[in-house]
Design a protein around this ligand. Structure first.
Ligand SMILES: [Zn+2]
Length: 190
């Protein structure tokens, strides 16, 4: 489920933040593994985080981290993704699917590119309709940025209510924003 946690650290525009000792210990203890989708990153000397982040003491990949911190800019972009309503796919499913699509799209010569691109377009077609969220705001939440603004105006609600309202909403990363991260992950996975 998506969440609108405050960004825990201000990320630099290239997302390659300085990893302090405490963060390194947490990343190492998890083997750079995302708590949400299970993706395991391989850090490099140049990118110690492996594009993984620590939120409330837990490790998340850049995609799942974005779903937890909607207002965190990614690669200097506030409009770094979309929110879609999914009946039978969890955030973990969507994160893994988008990463697989991303890996194919960043390859120069993968014959599956057309299929991957079509799958991504189909996924985005379940983008949230304005009518579903009229109760939140008059602003159309077409991207993560608009939706995060809507959530700002929501009164405090219980976790059960949150689950009911947002349980089926998942975050889809914008491919062009995540391109560099996909390229890194693709060349740094076993
Ligand atoms: Zn993840």
């Amino acid at each position: 489920m998506i969440a609108n946690n405050r960004p825990t650290i201000a990320l630099p525009s290239d997302m390659n933040y300085t990893v302090n000792n405490a963060v390194w210990e947490t990343l190492k203890a998890s083997n750079h593994t995302c708590k949400c989708c299970g993706f395991q990153a391989m850090p490099s000397k140049a990118v110690l985080s492996g594009y993984m982040q620590v939120i409330n003491g837990e490790v998340y990949c850049a995609i799942c981290a974005a779903s937890q911190q909607l207002q965190q800019a990614i690669m200097n972009r506030q409009d770094h993704g979309f929110l879609i309503a999914t009946n039978d796919m969890s955030q973990s499913d969507v994160s893994n699917l988008c990463r697989e699509i991303g890996f194919i799209m960043v390859s120069d010569d993968d014959p599956r590119q057309q299929v991957a691109s079509q799958t991504y377009e189909r996924l985005l077609k379940s983008e949230l309709e304005y009518s579903q969220f009229q109760f939140l705001s008059k602003q159309e939440p077409s991207t993560v940025e608009g939706f995060a603004n809507c959530l700002e105006y929501l009164p405090p609600i219980s976790d059960t209510q949150k689950q009911k309202l947002f349980g089926k909403i998942t975050y889809v990363p914008n491919f062009s924003v995540f391109r560099r991260i996909y390229s890194f992950w693709k060349s740094h996975t076993s």
